[in-house]
Write a protein that binds this ligand. Sequence first.
Ligand SMILES: NC(=O)c1ccc[n+]([C@@H]2O[C@H](COP(=O)([O-])OP(=O)(O)OC[C@H]3O[C@@H](n4cnc5c(N)ncnc54)[C@H](O)[C@@H]3O)[C@@H](O)[C@H]2O)c1
Length: 389
Amino acid sequence: MKPFKQATIVGAGAMGRGIAQVLAEAGVNVMLYDTHESALTSAIKQLEAVYSRLVDKGRRSRLSCDEALARITTIVNFKDAEGSDLVIEAIIESLDAKRSVFQMVDDVVSEDCVLATNTSSLSVAAISAGVNNPGRMVGLHFFNPAALMPLVEIVPSLATDPDVLARCQSAVKAWGKSGVVAADSPGFIVNRVARPFYAEAMHMLEEGLADVPTIDWAMREIGGFKMGPFQLMDLIGHDVNYVVTETVWTQFYFDPRFRPNLTQKRLLDAGWLGRKSGKGFYDYADGASNPSATEDRVLGQVIVDRITALLFNEAADALYRNICSASDLETAMLRGVNYPKGLLQWANETGLDTIVDRLNALRDRTGDTRYRPCPLLVDRASNNQPFEC
Ligand SMILES: NC(=O)c1ccc[n+]([C@@H]2O[C@H](COP(=O)([O-])OP(=O)(O)OC[C@H]3O[C@@H](n4cnc5c(N)ncnc54)[C@H](O)[C@@H]3O)[C@@H](O)[C@H]2O)c1
């Protein structure tokens, strides 16, 4: 596969500068373009600071950092991107803004330049609708922070040329990332399958089954997750996490499985965005005291069984609807959100019939169709046929 040699990244914010770092370290020459010159200056300053820290900590040689930095230049006139063989767009999450960026790109770059969007929630098909030759357009969904997160979801649209997909798969590997192929469907893999990790925790909180620290404790200590759902939502920020949830739900035509929770909406309304605003589910003020978990292992197991049942169901549904392959599903959840085990393997170990029983019991008790088991899970459970993974 022909490697990319000259990439232009449109949007020099958190993602754009992280993607620039990844590509430059892999030997690609990168031009960063942004409508705000201050964003370009700030991106370069932040990259210099990142590299200084890496050198100070002895993780990188000064020479390798200087070489990577020398591969990143900034441009204020997009015409200078003319010779690019790859353009990655990482601007604000707005369909209109992204479409107009690609119109500008289309007028400048050659017909065979590959066009990629880092969108996390918009449809790649919708973004590519206006471009000449949408066959060369693909989603390349990096995770934040791009330099550290190993996963990239590669998202072909209906129109993407298979050669473009294959070239991007090979490029992502050459950049040192794990690439998984995801259908152009709301939330792709990770942001779709992970939704119940947050939502079910909030349902249990709203029902009074357990409080915030107890649910977090159970998911860490018994479930083996690195962070509990409330800690993680506070870290991601409720503005970001709530908007992803609402977008996925809306795009799935209001399927109750993806319904957002009022609890989180109220935090957002109040401006309690989590760590970044000093308060969310927890209080981060100096000296603040937060309640302790009730370390009851029986209750903890109920919590873990309930959240994981919904995660297994969502993983099964992603397979059922051909969103991705079984092995890409496992990679995505292990490398995109650091889950302690691949969900399909974990579901097999739990027992598919046990999971179906748990989901049916929740649906019968609540009457809520968000708990309906995926037909693939039901079929495999009744045929005693574990997932191949
Ligand atoms: N932040 C995340 O956690 C994350 C993770 C994965 C994907 N994404 C996606 O990546 C994209 C960028 O997110 P971000 O967090 O880096 O945003 P950001 O707000 O940090 O940066 C966006 C940058 O785009 C620039 N910009 C806006 N309109 C522009 C235009 N028309 N032309 C050129 N530059 C323009 C802004 O000046 C800004 O510097 C979004 O689509 C987002 O959904 C974000």
